[in-house]
Ligand binder design. Structure first.
Ligand SMILES: *Cc1c(COP(=O)(O)O)cnc(C)c1O
Length: 370
């Protein structure tokens, strides 16, 4: 391998090649079955997914954003309510809250995990608060023990945004089994992704299953009978067939991601860069490997000069986005999130990433920092 072989950010087409044959067999079977949406593959996948995350039940939907929206609708969240969440996340998290008619209330993050800070959540509770919506950001489990205690003490629901974190754990339990409901995305770049859009909601309490099955199918209580407004939010059979194949090897993928993260930490330990790592209370599955440095711009320049792809997740925290100007936050209100948005940089990581590529990236960063 030459030292200057191009380094991709991800390599989804290579992963596809490895399971193409197995998936195509399933596509042929599905094609002949005449069942294309919410059929037997989806039902089997829902069972297997619930078992894999230890949640008891799951309901598949069309994408991760809908998983959040339908979950909150099933929990009765709507106009007049407040949902406390993090501003340092992908926009879909807060967008789903706003689409219920509720108001997102932003609490600051922890500077090591980049996940919501439980102490700050506690300080944002009002009589209108209905739920806490933590995000297991970049694959790092949020501090669910502390958040669940706050929720229980204040009668709030907990909706986990686990879109980036399939398989992460707190204690012995996997994310998605820690709150009232867990919301996952199968967007292709996630730890568990499909080849299109997809999502799922996991839950321990069967009470939400029927409500969510109804919401995803136009609020129908029986064929052509509607007693509430729902959505068209369903998963395809061919995506479910693919996800069943990928679910069987996702633990291996996670171990490979964790080995790559170890390699980055070894390569960068002598620098003053802050490195992604698992928190004391749980694990990290490294959907992204995110570093933070006051000298981020020097690092970016060096990566650019060497054609190393990288991404800036996320450049503007949600409380400062124009769409939320009406909420009247200002710069300085959530300083840890604002600092993160100025200092973080996400580096390439995917299960089959050669460790030699990690080493080369570390060398470039070390020399950029002198
Ligand atoms: C990807 C993502 C979503 C949305 O998932 P989609 O399937 O793209 O709708 C929500 N929250 C977070 C944190 C995400 O990373």
């Amino acid at each position: 391998m030459s030292a200057h072989e191009p380094i991709p950010f991800l390599n989804l087409s290579a992963e596809y090649k490895a399971l193409e044959q197995e998936w195509f067999e399933q596509i042929r079977m599905t094609g002949g079955s005449g069942r294309y949406i919410l059929g037997p593959q989806v039902a089997e996948f829902e069972n297997e997914f619930a078992a894999a995350c230890g949640a008891g039940f799951s309901v598949a939907v069309a994408n991760g954003t809908d998983a959040l929206l339908l979950s909150m609708r099933a929990l009765g969240i709507g106009p007049g309510d407040e949902v406390i969440t993090t501003p340092y996340t992908f926009f879909a998290t807060a967008e789903a809250i706003s689409h219920t008619g509720a108001k997102p209330v932003f609490a600051d993050i922890d500077e090591n995990t980049f996940c919501i800070n439980p102490d700050h959540v506690a300080s944002r509770i009002t009589p209108k608060s209905k739920a806490i919506l933590p995000v297991h950001l970049f694959g790092c489990a949020a501090d669910m023990t502390a958040l669940n205690t706050i929720a229980a003490d204040n009668g709030l629901a907990v909706v986990e945004d686990a879109a980036q974190a399939f398989g992460a754990r707190v204690g012995g339990s996997r994310v998605g089994a820690l709150g009232d409901v867990g919301c996952f995305s199968f967007y292709p770049t996630k730890v568990l992704g499909c080849y299109g859009d997809g999502g799922i909601i996991s839950m321990a309490n069967e009470i939400h299953v029927a409500a969510l099955q109804k919401l995803r199918n136009h609020g129908a209580s029986a064929p052509f009978m509607h007693d509430q407004l729902g959505y068209n939010s369903r998963l395809d059979e061919i995506q479910a067939a693919l996800l069943r194949i990928k679910l069987r090897k996702v633990d291996q993928d996670i171990a490979a991601r964790q080995a790559i993260a170890d390699r980055y930490r070894q390569g960068l330990q002598a620098t003053d860069v802050r490195l992604a790592q698992a928190p004391a209370y749980g694990t990290h599955v490294y959907n992204l490997f995110t570093i933070a440095s006051a000298r981020r711009d020097a690092i970016r320049k060096a990566l650019q000069a060497n054609q190393i792809p990288h991404s800036q997740c996320y450049p503007l925290p949600l409380h400062l986005q124009q769409v939320y100007a009406e909420l009247h936050y200002k710069a300085g209100d959530l300083p840890v999130s604002e600092k993160a948005s100025m200092e973080t940089l996400s580096l390439p990581v995917y299960p089959a990433m050669p460790h030699a590529h990690v080493d080369r990236i570390c060398e470039i960063i070390r020399s950029a920092l002198g």
